[in-house]
Design a protein around this ligand. Structure first.
Ligand code: HXC
Length: 262
């Protein structure tokens, strides 16, 4: 039998309960290798299909949610290895297929791929010990599981650039202020708080929860230029209204506008 690199259990009461998945390579600070990500993907898909599950929580150890993708495995990869094996896309992005909410409960380090894994979840509840970072630049690579895209959307361009270009870590308070983390709790209460948020979700309508998740993701996932293109079409269309003519005429005539609402 292969080693259990993730541990799964079901918590809570009622018709729909919470799946709690624990990343289980504590000695390696939960460094994320392919076997672990395969097991995580399989657990996620199974729980997503199970009617009695309403929400999923992913957590790590006290010291580390995950200190990144496994550097000892990656060190020997060639370009053809990562290309041919569809590295990251093949198993990490299984998370994106999950329709039920997935909460990351983060204690300790969430670095590199660990931070990216947390950001692939729907929201992050963090212990007061949590630290986030994208230190890949320090080992001659860049974030490769969506960090360059999701981090700026979460914390804004300035902080994302600072973190991605310098590799510095953010403590939990900076992470909460910046919008990366939804709640901070004392480390000892992390799992209870995540399970309590999950229980609230489990008690709601599953279809509306799944659709609410899909809608928020739509707001988050659109590309910048898609948004700018959408804005431009709307902007152009306003030149078909009477109120645009009136508003601009009024300005040029130094009088208040008399909008006709059309
Ligand atoms: C493999 C790792 C690891 C990692 C830690 N370990 N992080 N092994 N890959 N990402 C191992 C260490 O080698 C060590 O093994 C054991 O875990 C304990 O770690 P220590 O370094 O001894 O602990 P500590 O001194 O407390 O330092 C903690 C730390 C440091 C600051 C988090 O471990 C660290 O900097 N780790 C690497 C962080 C990083 O660069 N992450 C990004 C990876 S690249 P031994 O055998 O010595 O006990 C990445 C790519 C993403 O994530 C793109 C695709 C997803």
């Amino acid at each position: 039998m292969s080693e259990a690199l993730v541990l799964s259990e079901v918590r809570g009461e009622g018709a729909r309960r919470t799946a709690l998945i624990t990343l289980n390579r504590p000695k390696q600070l939960n460094a994320l290798n392919d076997a672990l990500m395969d097991q995580l993907g399989a657990a996620l898909i199974a729980f997503d299909r199970e009617d009695g599950i309403g929400c999923i929580v992913i957590t790590g150890s006290e010291k580390a949610f995950a200190a990144g993708a496994d550097i000892s495995a990656m060190a020997r990869f060639s370009y053809m290895d990562v290309h041919h094996n569809d590295f990251i896309t093949r198993n990490w992005e299984t998370l994106l297929q999950v329709r039920k909410p997935v909460i990351a409960a983060v204690s300790g380090f969430a670095l590199g791929g660990g931070c990216e894994l947390a950001m692939l979840c729907d929201f992050i509840i963090a212990a007061d010990t949590a630290k986030f970072g994208q230190p890949e630049i320090k080992i001659g690579i860049i974030p490769g599981a969506g960090g360059t895209q999701r981090l700026p959307r979460a914390v804004g361009k300035a902080k994302a650039m600072d973190m991605v270009l310098t590799g510095r870590m953010m403590d939990v308070h900076e992470a909460e202020r910046s919008g990366l983390v939804s709640r901070i709790v004392p480390a000892a209460q992390l799992i209870d708080e995540a399970l309590s948020a999950a229980a609230t979700i489990c008690a709601l309508s599953g279809p509306s929860v799944a659709l609410a998740k899909a809608c928020v993701n739509k707001a988050f996932e659109g590309g910048l230029m898609d948004g700018v293109g959408f804005e431009r079409r709307i902007f152009h269309s306003l030149f078909a209204t009477d109120d645009q003519k009136e508003g601009m005429d009024a300005f040029l005539s130094k009088r208040p506008p008399d909008f006709k609402q059309r």
